[in-house]
Design a protein around this ligand. Structure first.
Ligand SMILES: [Zn+2]
Length: 403
């Protein structure tokens, strides 16, 4: 499974190289007025209050060359590790960062420029990213694809308060996890983010209980990645990304956001035979949880990466059509991924008649200059027989700022 996921990621490469020129991002150009004021963009903002639109899923990545303490697995620079190396190249290119000096600064500057091209009031939630941590509470840098300290995410958000909010990442097995949580809260964190497979966190473990109790007391949401992960393998504990493992947090009264609505990969149906249960789509397990009346007030999901080409059209259709879900779905672009040329296929949406050819052409031109705006306008525009994502999906501030 893991190997296949890697190969899939790797296979995109020759193809990416071939079409990269046609689809490359223009990192220097501002969006021409003709696109910035295009009726498709105007229509995307219609019915929305920009100040309530917070992009709820953006990654802050750095090498630490600014003294930020951020870390990227050094194997990503080595020819001995071609997949890791490739991953780094793709991610840096998507974020318009050139190898060499000032990687941290370039990353933030680009992010700020993209955010500044949005209407006033629009903000992004920047994710810190904790190390993998062992059962003994010790950090495992060798098993960590990257690391972004809470203090760094908080500092970037403080530097550009009109555009950025931040989300802490705290491994619950750390000895000082609760202290870190209080500290993050004091520094204005809007939520806590976990990527269980990469960080080696089992959300169903009693070891998380004290952390859950504190999160619930602080009313801080927990964003948990569920479903297959391709960009950050880290500790490689895929089974921990099972949506059903999130029940323990919900039962403790924690407000949970399932990142990506578990739209990728498969997992064991723990309700039908425990760890030996049949393998089913992670999304099927997500739906079981999401439709459970007991969790309606606590359980949310974000739509980061959900309209990328590696998600099934049927899954995407269900998300467009299930209007009853929309008040609990949160828009997020999964920056910097929208900057990767080949992970979106607009042709698929044109064939499905969710987009007109003209709209697809405009979106492709926006994507080549401002992938963040592209991802937002795409989600606002997709319509399956009149079914589209409602405004509630984009008014995410309501969720993150309500106590
Ligand atoms: Zn993400």
């Amino acid at each position: 499974m893991r190997r296949r996921a890697f190969l899939r990621f790797g296979c995109a490469v020759p193809a990416a190289a071939a079409t990269a020129r046609a689809q490359a991002i223009d990192c220097r150009e501002p969006l021409p007025a003709e696109l910035a004021r295009h009726e498709l963009v105007a229509a995307a903002w219609e019915g929305l209050e920009a100040a309530r639109v917070w992009d709820a899923h953006a990654h802050l990545i750095g090498t630490g060359d600014s003294g930020s303490g951020a870390y990227v697995d050094p194997r990503t620079e080595s020819w001995l590790h071609p997949i890791e190396r490739l991953r780094r190249k793709l991610i840096l290119a998507a974020a318009c960062v050139e190898e060499g000096d000032g990687i941290d600064a370039q990353y933030v500057e680009r992010l700020r420029a993209l955010a500044d091209a949005m209407p006033q009031g629009f903000r992004m939630l920047l994710f810190a990213f904790d190390y993998a941590v062992g059962e003994d509470g010790r950090e495992l840098p060798r098993q960590s694809t990257f690391y972004t300290p809470n203090a760094y995410a908080a500092a970037v958000a403080r530097r550009y308060p009109q555009r950025f909010e931040w989300v802490a990442s705290i491994h619950p097995y750390r000895d000082d996890a609760l202290e870190r949580l209080e500290q993050a809260r004091a520094l204005g964190a809007r939520a806590v983010k976990w990527l269980p497979s990469a960080m080696a966190i089992d959300p169903a473990s009693p070891r998380c209980d004290a952390f859950y109790a504190r999160l619930a007391a602080l009313r801080l949401p927990l964003v948990i990645h569920c479903g297959e992960e391709v960009a950050a393998p880290g500790a490689r504990r895929e089974a921990f990304n099972n949506p059903l493992r999130v029940r323990r947090a919900l039962d403790a009264g924690v407000r949970v956001v399932i990142a990506h609505a578990a739209t990728l990969g498969s997992a064991r149906d723990l309700d039908a035979g425990g760890e030996d249960g049949p393998r089913v789509a992670s999304f099927a397990l997500f739906k079981r949880l999401f439709d459970d009346r007991a969790y309606q007030r606590l359980l949310y999901a974000d739509l980061a990466a959900v309209f990328q080409r590696n998600r099934a059209l049927d899954v995407q259709r269900e998300i467009l059509r299930r209007a009853d879900w929309h008040p609990r779905l949160l828009h997020g672009a999964d920056y910097p991924l929208p900057g990767m040329a080949l992970i979106y296929s607009l042709d698929r949406f044109v064939e499905a008649r969710w987009l007109t050819r003209q709209a697809a052409d405009v979106l492709a031109r926006i994507r080549a200059i401002n992938p963040l705006l592209f991802e937002f306008v795409l989600k606002r525009t997709l319509a399956d027989g009149g079914h589209r994502l409602s405004a509630a999906v984009f008014h995410t501030r309501d969720f993150f700022s309500s106590p």
